[in-house]
Design a protein around this ligand. Structure first.
Ligand code: FE2
Length: 273
């Protein structure tokens, strides 16, 4: 059984002086999220970061991200969101062999596949330069198809920043994964994909793509207001920050938990008689 933790939409933000204030909200929120993962009785085998790691793609934001993640003893897999800058992310993670292997060109997507405790994690780059919506070009879809063909019998989680299903929140759907049919077609050809996991929405939601359960993760920082009206107000709200934990069995079982950030301890044991 692999335990994959997911942190998303961290949005570390540099101020006017170009530095990231140690007391700023996103820094404190990420520190708390890291502490939450470390306090879990069962330690995750890996942590995937599903994009919008930096708010403006600035060097100081990635430098601080790198430092704040350093207490995590397990492998950490960063991905790009629409707020990220591939070059700056690669520079900050130049010692990360998986990220380094994705190339050096700013145009080269940050996409890769890794083994996590006997299951596979395939990270796609859905970002489009200069735009907030997501898309996978024919080239990126061909890469995904080929990578999935490599291990047809290994239970696999596919990660994207933009979710491949409608959320029902107008302004998030305006910034949606455009034309996810090609992605759905690839997923449909690979039944070993047991979960598709995404960020971007700043709240937990569950949908499906080609019959595969697909989830979005809360933000480690700010949650978006749940407005399902046609007007769909774009606003942040005071709901607690959180993260997701995916339990992926080597036999293909898949379970997702969502938890609020915080070091919650047992209050009392429960009599199970
Ligand atoms: Fe975000």
């Amino acid at each position: 059984m692999a335990i994959i933790a997911q942190l998303s939409d961290i949005h570390l933000a540099a101020g006017r002086d170009g530095e990231v204030d140690d007391g700023s909200g996103p820094v404190r929120a990420l520190r708390a999220a890291v502490s939450s993962l470390l306090s879990l009785p069962a330690r995750p085998d890996a942590v995937v970061l599903t994009g919008d790691l930096a708010d403006a793609g600035k060097p100081a934001e990635y430098a601080r991200l790198h430092a704040l993640l350093s207490p995590l003893p397990m492998a950490v897999y960063p991905m790009c969101g629409n707020h990220d800058d591939r070059d700056e992310m690669r520079r900050a993670f130049k010692d990360h062999p998986v990220i380094a292997a994705t190339g050096t060109s700013a145009r080269a997507p940050v996409q890769y596949a890794v083994d996590v405790a006997g299951v596979r994690l395939v990270c796609c780059d859905t970002t489009v330069d200069g735009h907030a919506h997501g898309h996978l070009s024919e080239e990126r879809l061909a890469w995904l198809d080929a990578v999935l063909r490599d291990a047809p019998d290994t239970p696999t989680v596919v990660a994207t920043h933009h979710p491949p299903f409608p959320i029902g929140m107008r302004f998030i759907d305006d910034l949606r994964f455009v034309d996810p049919a090609g992605f759905a077609s690839v997923i449909s050809r690979h039944p070993q994909v047991v979960r598709v996991i995404s960020g971007h929405v700043h709240r937990a939601s569950v949908g499906s793509v080609a019959g595969t359960v697909s989830t979005t993760c809360p933000s480690t920082y700010r949650q978006l207001f749940l407005d399902l009206t046609k007007q769909g107000r774009a606003a942040v709200t005071g709901e607690p920050a959180g993260f997701a934990i995916h339990l992926i069995g080597t036999d293909g079982t898949a379970t997702t938990h969502f938890a609020p950030t915080g070091n919650y301890r047992p209050l009392m044991d429960v009599d199970v008689e």
